[in-house]
Design a protein around this ligand. Sequence first.
Ligand SMILES: NC(=O)c1ccc[n+]([C@@H]2O[C@H](COP(=O)([O-])OP(=O)(O)OC[C@H]3O[C@@H](n4cnc5c(N)ncnc54)[C@H](OP(=O)(O)O)[C@@H]3O)[C@@H](O)[C@H]2O)c1
Length: 162
Amino acid sequence: MISFIWAEDENGVIGSSGKLPWHLPEDMKYFRQTTMGHAIVSGSRTFRSYNRALPGRENIVLSSKDDFPDGVVVIHSVKELCQLVKQHPDKNYFVTGGANLFSQLRNQVDRLYRTKIHHTFKGDTVMPTIDYRKFSKIQSIIGVVDQKNKYPHTFEVYQKTV
Ligand SMILES: NC(=O)c1ccc[n+]([C@@H]2O[C@H](COP(=O)([O-])OP(=O)(O)OC[C@H]3O[C@@H](n4cnc5c(N)ncnc54)[C@H](OP(=O)(O)O)[C@@H]3O)[C@@H](O)[C@H]2O)c1
């Protein structure tokens, strides 16, 4: 199956100049825990923002190019990705973004892991529209706000229903 995992602000902003617009270590921890041991699928811009392959996960990158570190699986089309997902029905493929990739896969996604940050930021990349009528919220956890995590945030999970 395909899952999306991302964080967005109140206006759906997810990125700024190739990076995240915020610093929220609790969300990074949630991302790490949720994706650990699974396959992650990233657009090449998002992959480059990690600066390396993420440990403990199968790193799959979508790109028209091939210059990625050893151990990274590079695929060149959404069709190729869908074939891979079909070949492994027991695996959860976590699409980690960015907007470009989310947009192409939003009709194929089965589950959404959305961190909603209750704040607004300046940015240049916005989450594509998702038809939430096709999903039902199965989890909602209010994140802890403290010295290091200044913005109120909620970890939500949605499951496709239709
Ligand atoms: N807030 C969050 O949770 C979150 C999550 C992820 C990303 N982001 C942010 O979002 C921004 C990046 O998003 P983005 O939309 O600009 O870029 P992106 O989706 O990460 O990457 C786009 C690139 O992926 C490759 N690609 C995409 N679809 C492809 C296809 N069908 N076949 C072959 N290659 C394909 C192309 O790269 P080539 O040029 O290599 O062919 C394309 O230019 C950054 O600011 C990042 O920090 C935020």
